[in-house]
Ligand binder design. Structure first.
Ligand SMILES: *Cc1c(COP(=O)(O)O)cnc(C)c1O
Length: 377
């Protein structure tokens, strides 16, 4: 059996090696390392793929979130509601901008922000909601956009884990995640579904004015050379990363389908297990791109299973082991444990399996058999 990896970037690279090597070489020869033609071409190609009017490339997914919030003109003291169960970047940038993070609970099936919890958390100071399409499945955007409309709030989608996923709205339209809210962010960190060979990120919006504001913010607040109208940052995608992304974007749907196939095999093999909850998927399978394949182990043996995997050398992940409201940096008297029952439970049960585009049947059978044998012992 091939050695099992959590993410197999090498196997993926082998298949696009010539294209990637040649285009990196061309960037070097061109010396257009920053803001070169490759960055602009990638921007256009991503706009087409997502069917979004404006893509603004930047240095990473954390910057993308921060810049989106700066672009919306959020001010210290404004409250921003986001999920308690996500990667810390989401809450980090809210705090960094001196906005007030308001963490709320998630849904037990999708692990995504719970619209009912959002409603309860709204105050006159609330300005924005940040849904995260966690593990690659869209949050309940119909409900979130409706709440935002009623309360006049911005919606910033954190699409770092969801690129390529579709959202089917109740009105019959299908939209890519990241093209639904007022603005969205994504990350091209190597292990993301569309990853480059270093750091990278992007902001998306259909709002031309906001796109203009953001293009200035990423470039030191300059709208005219050496005229600094607002306080900005320096956040750029470099040409070498853009050329890698251009090589990979045409394969993104194929990559996501390979993930979905692996996920289906995992789910079939683990079906009807008393102590395992396999990932919930909305009725249409294209709504989940499986950035992670995350189980719930419900008989208290999650940590023992992790140790067993460790012993056997099978990679795995626990995303995420601590609720954000319990992290030292974000604890706050405002929070009431009674409002976080789902997240508090999930952190004890979640267990993510190896997930990438190169998993084969033999590996999947070995992984699932190991889990079933151990859990029922
Ligand atoms: C990866 C990730 C980010 C941050 O992206 P970086 O490119 O690593 O800065 C933000 N939010 C979520 C949900 C992520 O998974």
């Amino acid at each position: 059996m091939k050695k099992i990896q959590m993410v197999d970037l090498k196997g993926q690279y082998e298949q696009i090696k010539d294209r990637v090597n040649n285009s990196i070489q061309e960037v070097i020869e061109s010396t257009a390392f920053i803001n070169g033609p490759e960055v602009h071409a990638f921007q256009k190609e991503l706009e087409d793929y997502l069917d979004v009017a404006h893509v603004i490339p930047c240095a990473n997914g954390t910057d993308a979130l921060q810049i989106a919030m700066m672009g919306l003109g959020l001010k210290p003291g404004d409250e921003v509601i986001t999920a308690d169960f996500t990667f810390a970047a989401t809450v980090e940038v809210i705090a960094l901008l001196n906005l007030t993070p308001v963490l709320v609970d998630v849904e037990p099936d999708t692990f995504n922000i719970d619209p009912e919890a959002i409603k309860k958390a709204i105050t006159p100071k609330t300005k924005a909601i940040v849904p995260v399409h966690l593990f690659g499945q869209s949050a309940n955007m119909d409900a979130i956009m409706q709440i935002a409309k009623e309360h006049n709030l911005f919606v910033i989608e954190d699409n770092a884990q969801g690129i390529g996923a579709n959202y089917h709205a109740a009105n019959g339209t299908t939209t890519k995640t990241g093209a639904i809210g007022h603005v969205a962010s994504t990350s091209f960190f190597p292990s993301k579904n569309l990853g480059c060979y270093g750091d990278g990120g992007a902001i998306f919006t259909n709002d031309a004015d906001l796109a203009h504001t953001i293009r200035g913010i990423v470039n030191h607040g300059m709208y005219k050379r050496y005229h600094h109208d607002v306080v900005g940052v320096n956040s750029r995608l470099d040409s070498i990363q853009a050329t890698v992304l251009r090589a990979k974007l045409p394969h993104l749907d194929t990559y996501n389908n390979a993930r979905k196939n692996a996920a289906e095999k995992y789910t079939t093999a683990l079906a009807n297990q008393e102590h395992i909850i396999t990932p919930y998927i909305h009725s249409e399978s294209d709504t989940h791109v499986f950035h992670q394949y995350t189980l719930r182990i419900t008989n208290g043996k999650r940590d023992a299973l992790a140790a067993h995997f460790q012993e056997l050398g099978i990679p795995h992940g626990i995303y995420y082991p601590i609720p954000l409201h319990s992290q030292k940096a974000y604890v706050d008297d405002r929070y009431d444990e009674a409002n976080f029952t789902v997240t508090n439970q999930l952190v004890k049960e979640v267990f993510s399996l190896p997930m990438h585009t190169e998993l084969d049947d033999e590996q999947i059978t070995y992984i699932t058999k190991t889990i079933i044998d151990f859990i029922n012992k």
